[in-house]
Write a protein that binds this ligand. Structure first.
Ligand code: SF4
Length: 213
C-alpha cells in the first residue's frame, strides 16, 4: 500500500525545491536526517573554519560533535563555559568563516526564506561574508507564504526558543506571541530572502523529516 504521508511530504519538498531554484538558490533534498548529515560532512575539510548559527535542528542531528571529529575549526556559540566576550568574538568570526551552517525559521513553498533574530548575527552571516552558507530545513519549516512564515515564527519558533532559553518573556509562558515590549524580546531583526543574495554562495538542504522548531 502506498505511504500517503511520504507521498505528500515529497510533493511539498519538490515544489519548494523548484521554487527555491527559480530564486537562484542551490537546493538538495534528503529523505532522512542521516542523509543530510552525510552530505554536510562531505562539505568540510580539515582546518577550515566552520560557524554554526543558533539552530536546534543542527544540534538535534549531532552536527557539532561530528564536525569536531573532522578537524575543522568549529565556531560554536552554544559551547558551555563561554564568556559573553567569547560569544561575541565567535559571532564576529561567523561573518568571515569558510562555511556557515544554520537552520531556517520558516521557508515558503514560493521559495522565500524567512528568519527572525534577536541580535542579527545569524541573518548577517547567512546574507554576506562566509565563503559558503548551507541552510538546513526540515519539512516542518515549510509554509505556504510569507504571512504564514511570520505566523510560524511568532506562534511556534519564537515561543519555543524563548522557553528553551529560559527567558522571562510572555510567549515563554503562554506559547504564543504578545508583541511584547520587553528588553529581553528576541524578535528584533526580520529577514525575507526573496532571491539568493547576489554575492553569497547559499545552498538549501531540505529534509523530509521534522527538524528543530
Ligand atoms: S515579540 Fe515578544 S512575545 Fe512575541 S514571540 Fe517575540 S519575544 Fe515572544
Amino acid at each position: 500500500m502506498e505511504n500517503v504521508k511520504e507521498w505528500h511530504t515529497d510533493k511539498i519538498i519538490d515544489r519548494t525545491a523548484k521554487a527555491l531554484r527559480a530564486r537562484q538558490f542551490d537546493v538538495l533534498s534528503f529523505k532522512k536526517r542521516e542523509d543530510v548529515v552525510r552530505a554536510l560532512l562531505q562539505q568540510v575539510v580539515p582546518g577550515m573554519t566552520v560557524g554554526i548559527g543558533g539552530s536546534v535542528g543542527l544540534r538535534d542531528i549531532g552536527l557539532p560533535d561530528l564536525l569536531k571529529g573532522k578537524g575543522v575549526v568549529l565556531l560554536d556559540t552554544w559551547q558551555e563555559g563561554l564568556t559573553s566576550q567569547e560569544v561575541l568574538d565567535l559571532r564576529l568570526r561567523h561573518l568571515t568563516c569558510d562555511l556557515f551552517l544554520s537552520g531556517i525559521n520558516a521557508l515558503t513553498e514560493k521559495g522565500e526564506i524567512v528568519n527572525m533574530d534577536g541580535i542579527g548575527n545569524r541573518i548577517g552571516a547567512i546574507s554576506f561574508g562566509p565563503g559558503k552558507v548551507i541552510l538546513v530545513a526540515g519539512v516542518n519549516k515549510i509554509v505556504p507564504d510569507v504571512e504564514s512564515a511570520l505566523q510560524r515564527i511568532k506562534r511556534v519558533a519564537a515561543p519555543m526558543n524563548a522557553r528553551r532559553m529560559g527567558l522571562p518573556l510572555p510567549c515563554a509562558e503562554s506559547g504564543h506571541c504578545h508583541d511584547c515590549q520587553s528588553d529581553m524580546r528576541i524578535c528584533r531583526v526580520l529577514s525575507i530572502m526573496e532571491r539568493r543574495p547576489s554575492t553569497t554562495d547559499i545552498a538549501i538542504y531540505l529534509v523530509a523529516e521534522e527538524l528543530g522548531y
